[in-house]
Design a protein around this ligand. Structure first.
Ligand SMILES: [Zn+2]
Ligand SMILES: [Zn+2]
Length: 311
């Protein structure tokens, strides 16, 4: 990481009246700008909301990264994949199977030089780990989505998104976990059963506030995801993963270092949790939980033992 890198907080998934949101793009962008976000992707369903039409909102503190939620389906399964840093609308593809539909969507996004992220796999119980495992050329998976009906935690026989992430990592698929709002509702009451903003975000390390730099950093895992906790630093050396937590108010924190199969390798209660790599882990990631139950997800560090596999 270059020493002049900065952290930029942003949300890569939100809706406006250009699809099924309740608020026009300008007011949505203003909500994020006035709440300390440095960048935002307006990701309407199969609509390209061109940031050039909102140029007056953009300055050195705030950037709109052009995007779209490419929205398609196969039989009863929903296939929603965000495209980040696009220059025009990407038409939603179809496929002869569910895996092919997801893959065609990823490929259409990559063909534009844009970066894909697979959205809310448990929405309508659409994309299980068997499907996600067979998809190639994707690096970003929503593990926390603020929409109330996407089943982040799983249920019944279906694993939650963190467990699905560990299952895929353990099998050899190199994936980074993102948190997003998927906000639709900026009007009226803010309540748990409504899709309000401010529930999930990413904090990206980049040298400048530039769309290309931000999405390349995301695609390479140079970020953390959060639903609350703020991290001041993440330091990775050959032998150690070190985190510095920015304490908010009188909150307390527990950090779990997680390895293959989702196994908790160590627990740390301090504001400066550290994990010494033993060398035989496949990967180690961290989950920082605050005393309200909100989480920051530190991306996996892959050891030399990690073998990336493809289906
Ligand atoms: Zn969606
Ligand atoms: Zn959405």
């Amino acid at each position: 990481m270059p020493t002049n890198a900065q952290w930029f907080k942003g949300n890569t998934h939100t809706h406006t009246t250009n699809s099924d949101g309740d608020t026009p793009p300008e007011a949505v962008a203003r909500w994020y700008k006035s709440h300390g976000y440095r960048f935002l992707v307006l990701s309407d369903h199969n609509v390209f909301t061109n940031p050039a039409t909102l140029a007056s909102l953009m300055d050195s503190t705030f950037l709109l990264v052009p995007g779209e939620e490419v929205t398609t389906s196969f039989q009863s399964a929903s296939v929603h994949v965000n495209a980040l840093e696009i220059s025009r609308l990407i038409p939603a593809p179809k496929g002869g199977s569910l895996v092919e539909t997801v893959q065609n969507t990823i490929d259409a996004i990559r063909a534009e030089g844009a970066v894909p992220h697979i959205n809310h796999p448990n929405f309508r119980w659409s994309l299980d780990t068997a499907v996600l495992w067979r998809v190639k050329n994707d690096r970003l998976l929503e593990i926390h989505n603020g929409h109330p009906t996407v089943h982040n935690e799983g249920g019944g026989e279906t694993p939650g998104m963190e467990d699905a992430w560990d299952a895929l990592l353990t099998r050899g698929k190199r994936l980074y976990g993102i948190a997003v709002d998927d906000a639709h509702h900026f009007q009226g009451e803010f309540a748990p059963e409504r899709a309000n903003p401010g529930r999930g975000w990413v904090v990206v390390q980049a040298t400048t506030l530039n769309g290309r730099a931000l999405v390349e950093a995301l695609d390479a895992g140079r970020f953390y995801a959060s639903s609350g906790p703020v991290l001041e630093a993440i330091t990775i050396t050959e032998s150690q993963l070190s985190i510095r937590i920015t304490r908010q108010g009188d909150f307390k924190y527990t950090t779990e270092f997680v390895g293959a199969n989702g196994r908790v390798l160590a627990v740390n209660k301090s504001l400066t949790p550290q994990y010494t790599l033993q060398g035989d882990e496949m990967y180690v990631r961290a989950r920082v939980i605050d005393s309200a139950g909100r989480v920051a997800w530190v991306q996996p560090v892959f050891t030399t033992r990690y073998v990336e596999r493809q289906p």
